[in-house]
Design a protein around this ligand. Sequence first.
Ligand code: PDD
Length: 277
Amino acid sequence: MIVLKNNEFIERNKATIDMEDRGHQFGDGVYEVVRVYDGEVFLMQDHLDRLQYSLDEVEIKYDVKEQNLSSLLEQLIKKNKVHDGGIYLQITRGVAPRNHPYPKNAKPMLFAYPLELSRPLQAQANGIKTILQKDFRWLRCDIKSLNLLGNVMTKQKANNANAGEAIFYRDDNHVTEGSSTNVFIIKNGKLYTHPADNYILNGITRRYILFLAHKLNIPYKEKVFGLTELKEADEVFMTSTSAEVTPVVEVEGDKIANGQPGPISQQLLEAFFQYNH
Ligand code: PDD
């Protein structure tokens, strides 16, 4: 495997990370996961724009455009002959003696490499079970930060319960998002999802689904909903770069409607397939 380190392409086993990289010590960095379909990054510009947003919010001085990151990623895909899969990319603040404040002279450190990803066809056909988890993460979930311990602990809790995802809620009236996904509900033909604020990551797939809903004349609204609305929804689904659109058929032991993926979720999933092929 060939990996990208800053702007150099090197063999995977030559790619080392310094012990004092702040990504390790403080989780001081940001990341992206992009999807590759037919050898091309899906919604590349949206991912690059969000990456720049995360970098700017944490004041890591890396300019995505100046560094020609889109071209570097295209080269990485070609060098590894990625047809269908993904790319993981992270930028940390760099290497410096351990001290909390931002170091003056650290140079941002970028790593990117291919991920094996396949479409979650079975989960999409059958829908998944989910559990609920009080959202105990920080209040800047809009930054795609490397600090994923809360998400990782929560995904493990879902795994232990044989569930495909855990859905976070701040309080009974405020469902936020999944541990690595955004959550949508449908009630009386209308689509609802959490507004893009500091409580959630503004998913690229989330935005794409809102765009598709608009195209398909499905009414939608970005608004906060609670646990009752979630459980009493006609349909629930979640979205992410790797999950695409995946129906949710159970929340914490309660079936959603008749426990089968619903028609609007299916319609959006089909539209998602069509736009990519
Ligand atoms: N996760 N919310 C959270 C907390 C996420 O980690 C993700 C993505 C999303 C969906 O965002 P997008 O549609 O841009 O993938 C929402 C990535 C895929 C991950 O960490 O693997």
